[in-house]
Design a protein around this ligand. Structure first.
Ligand code: GAP
Length: 455
């Protein structure tokens, strides 16, 4: 199959659609962008919020053993000394002696410049943390870092979270927030950027039970992706070899997704042992232990860390949901987003701009928007508006036509099947609510009629 045949997602198609429809733009676009930084547009911001909301619901709201935190991006620089990031959070950097482009040595298949074939310098360790200064004086004593992971905000708050939540082991802390890395090589759209968001869990367990909880979290996290509709064949697990484990990690599995550029890390699940808590005890002089009620001993918990990227999840969900098909000799492009994730749940589309139709359609719009993210669109022919909503991944369009004025009924058109049903305007909210919660579109409310788009 060639790249441009209908049905196959490529990064080029995705980038262009995302920009055209308001999912994602290059950062500071009018100034020519900023390398590996991205802005989420009016539709993208909704998708991203829905991803985070789904993760938070699964990781905090629906669990007894988890609490959340939102810690600051700037932290005491001692944190990064203790965590090992100052000395060890680096990648091997090589530079081409001819064209002076820089590369990550461990990304290269051959020992020559991928751009011009030139000779490369010996690798030098390049620290990935962004540095800035706190206060008005730019001197070494005032250096602070933009956090490269959200995890450390959780470790340094271990006692605060434990004491105030009164949880017992095993328990976990979840956090969603921005992280920054001065990556040497970036690219593949939002896959690897210099500013991104993470969704991290630090799950504290009794030493000796860590293997069991590691397996538990790998399965739990896979199920989260499956639950959002990601195809099973597009996810796989890969265990890190001893030589690629991060400095804090005893064992790590990547959950990989089959992106258009190939299999790549979507999330890491690591056994961090007691590395972080012990380091922070040593550097801060504070006790970060847990009193085991059975043995009456203080233990330093082990930590299982499922660490996911928000932006990578968004990218995987975009790739997975993207679809093309030929309908009436024309290409239809759509996103089959899970209803929980769809940026716009309902579009209200009056068949024409005639005043009496607009009045009813606007009433319907006003009735629905407190319940669902709803869009009103009265531009262009109805077929084009359906295609536009398909490209936004909107699960349901509600069409108001002239007959609606007579019988107070409206048409609900379903994105995936293009089936249409006619229901009373008064029943719209309940019908849509039921359908968004997963009820079968073919189960009609009383008096409903079903047909296919174009019939
Ligand atoms: N606390 C552990 C940690 O940060 P990581 O494997 O370095 O582990 C976790 O990062 C996740 O964060 C990755 O699986 C990925 O989804 C996301 N991530 C890391 N670097 C990223 C980058 N430069 N751009 C986008 N996402 C990134």
């Amino acid at each position: 199959m060639t790249e441009n045949k209908p049905g196959k997602v490529t990064m080029e198609k995705l980038v262009s659609l995302c920009q055209r429809r308001g999912f994602i733009f290059p950062s500071s676009d009018i100034y020519g962008g900023l390398s590996a930084c991205w802005d989420y547009g009016p539709v993208g911001v909704e998708l991203k919020r829905n991803v985070k909301e789904s993760w938070w619901r699964a990781s905090v709201q629906e669990r007894d053993d988890m609490v959340g935190l939102d810690t600051s991006i700037l932290m005491n620089p001692r944190v990064w000394e203790a965590s090992g990031h100052v000395t060890q959070f680096s990648d091997p950097l090589v530079e081409c002696k001819d064209c002076h482009q820089r590369w990550r040595a461990d990304d290269l298949k051959e020992n020559k410049c991928p751009a011009c074939g030139g000779e490369l310098t010996d690798p030098q360790q390049f620290n990935l943390m962004f540095k800035t200064f706190m206060g008005p004086v730019e001197e070494a004593a005032n250096v602070v870092y933009l956090r490269p992971e959200t995890a450390q905000g959780i470790f340094v708050n271990f006692q605060n979270a434990l004491n105030t939540s009164r949880k017992r082991l095993p328990f976990g802390v979840a956090q969603i927030g921005k992280a920054f890395r001065n990556e040497i090589t970036t690219g593949n759209f939002i896959f690897r950027s210099r500013e991104f968001e993470q969704m991290e869990i630090e799950y504290f367990v009794k030493p000796g039970t860590d293997d069991k909880w590691f397996d538990y979290w790998v399965e739990e996290r896979l199920n989260w992706y499956y639950g959002l509709g990601i195809k099973k064949e597009n996810l796989r697990l890969r265990e890190h070899g001893k030589d690629e484990l991060a400095h804090y990690s005893q064992k790590c599995f990547d959950i990989e997704y089959n992106f258009p550029m190939g299999w790549a890390e979507l999330e890491g699940v690591a056994n961090r042992g007691d590395f972080d808590l012990k380091q922070h005890m040593e550097y801060s002089g504070k006790g970060l232990t847990y009193l085991d009620e059975e043995s009456k001993e203080h233990v330093v918990p082990y930590v299982i860390e499922p660490s996911a990227g928000v932006d990578r999840s968004v990218l995987a969900l975009l790739c997975d949901a993207y679809d093309e098909e030929i309908v009436n000799d024309e290409l239809r492009v759509l996103f089959h987003f899970h209803t929980d994730l769809a940026p716009i749940k309902v579009a209200v589309l009056p068949l024409s701009r005639k005043e009496n139709l607009s009045a009813l359609a606007k009433d319907v719009y006003a009735d629905l928007r407190p319940y669902f993210m709803t869009q009103y669109d009265d531009t262009q022919a109805i077929g084009r508006r359906y295609r536009r909503q398909d490209e936004l991944g909107t699960p349901y369009c509600v069409t108001i036509d002239f007959q609606s004025l007579e019988d107070k009924m409206a048409t609900i058109r379903e994105r995936d099947t293009m089936n249409q049903i006619r229901v009373s305007v008064a029943a719209l909210k309940d019908t849509l609510q039921a359908k968004l919660a997963g009820e079968d579109l073919f189960v009609l409310p009383e008096g409903g009629v079903i047909w296919k788009e174009g019939d």
